[in-house]
Design a binder for this molecule. Structure first.
Ligand code: HEC
Length: 132
C-alpha cells in the first residue's frame, strides 16, 4: 500500500513537470534585442554628439559658432584647441578661479553647473570645431 502511494505521487510529479511547456525560439526572435538596450539607458555616439552640440549653443553667443571669436574681445579663439587643454581651462574656471584676462568670473558662471563629464564632452566637441 505505501509503495503504491509513493508511485502515485511520482507519477503526479512527472505529469506536472511535463505540463511546463518549453517553446523553442522561433526564427524571428533574437536572444538580445535592441529595445532591451535602450531600456537600460544605452546611448549612441550620435546622442553624445547632439548633447555636446546643445550645450555649446550657449557658448556660441560669445565664442562663435565655430569657436572663432574672441569672447568679449578678450579670449583666444577656442575652436580646434587641444581637447586636454580645453578641459583643463574649463576645469580651471569651474574649480580653480582661473582668470586669464580679468573676466574669469564670466566663465565661472558658464561652467559652474556643468558636470565634469559634460565638460569633457564639451572639450571634445570644441576641439573639433574649425575656429574660423
Ligand atoms: C558671456 C560671454 C561668454 C560665454 C557665454 C561663454 N564664454 Fe567662455 N570666455 C568668455 C570670456 C570673457 C573668457 C575669458 C575669461 C578670462 O578672463 O579668463 C572666456 C574664456 C573661455 C575659454 C578659455 C579661452 C582662452 O583664451 O584660454 C574657454 C575654453 C571657454 N571660454 C569656453 C567656453 C564654453 C565651453 C562656454 C559655454 C559653456 C563658454 N565659454 C561660454 C566669455 C564667454
Amino acid at each position: 500500500m505505501k509503495k503504491n502511494c509513493l508511485f502515485l505521487i511520482g507519477v503526479i510529479v512527472l505529469l506536472l513537470n511535463g505540463c511546463e511547456k518549453v517553446t523553442p525560439l522561433d526564427r524571428n526572435q533574437t536572444l538580445i534585442d535592441k529595445d532591451s538596450f535602450e531600456e537600460v539607458g544605452y546611448i549612441s555616439s550620435d546622442d553624445i554628439e547632439s548633447k555636446a552640440k546643445k550645450m555649446y549653443e550657449k557658448c556660441a553667443g560669445c565664442h562663435g559658432k565655430n569657436g572663432e571669436k574672441l569672447a568679449l574681445g578678450k579670449s583666444d579663439p577656442i575652436g580646434g584647441k587641444d581637447k586636454e587643454v580645453l578641459a583643463t581651462l574649463l576645469m580651471g574656471y569651474k574649480y580653480g578661479g582661473l582668470n586669464q584676462y580679468g573676466l574669469g568670473g564670466v566663465m565661472e558662471a558658464q561652467v559652474f553647473n556643468l558636470s565634469d563629464d559634460d565638460i569633457e564632452l564639451l572639450a571634445e566637441y570644441i576641439s573639433k570645431l574649425s575656429g574660423e
